[in-house]
Design a protein around this ligand. Structure first.
Ligand code: PLP
Length: 465
């Protein structure tokens, strides 16, 4: 009897609900005066997070939504390590350096063991560092020629918002070549119309955020080679390989694509470790073709951490775990492991595209071939569905699927598309369940027509920039 009472008391102590701490809404605007138990605080925060979407069904994000248990363990072990403390955590720094060399090698750097690169918090920071190096090199070139260097521009297609930020923050004219219906990537001909001697670089994207297609890096480089031969204009290229940097080297149909440091004009490349690099969110990479392509003036040496540490990141402190996890992924999977995963995802994307086309209502802007695993579709011309892709996205949410609908940038802003990104944990079986649910939604709308289709503004939950 005594024993039973004790155990009941013990269980009640561990039972979180009914306690004072979980009996009131959590503070929202002011830090509370008093502390609460760790358990109450945890339960409160944990339960609020249930309202987030289910990451496994998040087909909108490019970022990984599954990690191996060993990665979770390493992340836990590293949660207290600051990447910038390279003197204090020399082995974490060594793993970062190994990653840089492995990535440089993957991208066919002529001097992979010797070139410069760094981890970043994502592709945005990596892109800004790549862009800054281009700006500095261009300024030095103009100064050497005795020409003014106050009107820099850069030429891109429909870039991710990080490049718009870069251009605005550093006062560079962003010459974005607009999309046209049926021509969503930039072409070498168009690039030539936009460049001049104030162009600090051209940035093709290997994996457009809007459609998932690759831009034709090699053809653009060849056109710029010709321009240099004919007019003496030497314009460097930075490749935004946020997704493609970890896909093109592995996907069977893309292995022959020449897009990287095999092209001498490609001076720097960025990629997101946390996208198809398969690492957990919070890591990107930028690598320069040659040490000389990164101006020394951008590198700061600090001595207050002990040792003399070069740093050329925008942030000072940042987490070390993601970088350690990236190294783990590289040695755990090897090239064959990456190939298996990326090819499986690519196959699922192509299969999904075919199923969606077979429904009869949609046409593909991108059918999963030659770009990022996934697909992008729109209503076929002439289809009068009576509901919008925003309605379809909204209805799919009732089963937990997060499949964004959005309009394309100018000059294709009248085209509304829907896009799925296939990541490693979106298996063929899940794809088949999604297809069933899309069909179910279409059937639902046929039986229960919407009185007024949702607009982009009303849907409002997803927007690029
Ligand atoms: C082409 C491209 N560049 C840059 C970025 C920014 O990357 P991150 O989210 O790693 O900062 C993205 C993100 O989706 C992207 O698709």
């Amino acid at each position: 009897m005594l024993h039973l009472k004790k155990s009941i008391r013990y269980n009640l102590k561990d039972q979180p609900y009914g306690s004072e701490g979980t009996s009131a809404p959590l503070p929202k605007f002011k830090m509370p005066q008093e502390e609460m138990t760790a358990q109450d605080a945890y339960i409160g925060v944990h339960n609020e997070l249930v309202l987030d979407g289910n990451a496994s069904q998040n087909l909108a994000t490019f970022v990984q939504t599954w990690e191996e248990p060993q990665v979770h363990k390493l992340m836990d072990e590293c949660i207290i390590k600051n990447m910038i403390d390279k003197d204090e955590y020399p082995q974490t720094a060594a793993l970062e350096e190994r990653c840089v060399h492995m990535i440089a090698d993957l991208w066919n750097s002529p001097e992979a063991a010797n070139t410069l690169g760094t981890s970043t918090t994502g592709s945005s920071e990596a892109a800004m560092l790549g862009g800054l190096a281009m700006l500095w090199n261009w300024r030095a070139k103009m100064k050497a020629k005795g020409k003014p260097a106050d009107k820099p521009n850069m030429v891109t297609g429909a870039v991710q918002v990080c490049w718009e930020k870069f251009a605005r923050y550093w006062d560079i004219e962003l010459r974005q070549i607009p999309m046209e219906k049926n021509q969503y990537t930039i072409t070498p001909e168009k690039v030539l119309q936009y460049v001049d001697e104030n162009t600090i670089c051209v940035v093709p994207t290997l994996g457009l955020t809007f459609t998932l297609q690759y831009e034709p890096v090699e053809a653009i480089v060849k056109a710029l080679d010709k321009l240099q031969a004919e007019k003496g204009l030497d314009i460097p290229v930075h490749v935004d390989g946020a997704s493609g940097g970890f896909l093109a080297p592995f996907i069977e149909e893309q292995k022959n694509l020449v897009w990287d440091f095999r092209l001498p004009r490609v001076k720097s490349i960025n990629a997101s470790g946390h996208k198809f690099g398969l690492a957990p969110v919070g890591v990107g990479w930028v690598v320069w073709r040659d040490k000389a392509d990164l101006p020394e003036g951008l590198i700061f040496n600090v001595n207050y951490l002990g040792g003399n540490m070069p740093t050329f990141n925008l942030n000072f402190s940042r987490p070390g775990g993601q970088i350690v996890a990236q190294y783990y992924d590289f040695i755990r999977l090897g090239k064959n492991g990456y190939s298996k995963i990326q090819n499986a995802s690519s196959k699922t994307g192509r299969w999904l595209a075919k199923q969606i086309v077979d429904m009869g209502l949609f046409e593909m802007l991108y059918d999963g071939n030659g770009g990022i695993p996934g697909c992008t579709w729109r209503f076929k011309d002439g289809v009068k569905a009576g509901y919008s892709l925003y309605d379809l996205a909204d209805r799919l949410r009732s089963r937990g699927w997060l499949v964004p609908a959005y309009s394309l940038p100018s000059n294709a802003q009248d085209i509304v598309v829907q896009r799925v990104l296939v990541k490693q944990n979106f298996t063929m079986d899940m794809a088949s369940l999604l297809v069933d649910d899309i069909k179910r939604c279409i059937d639902y709308f046929d039986k229960h027509p919407v009185s007024k289709p949702l607009t982009e503004q009303e849907a409002g939950s997803f927007k690029h920039s």
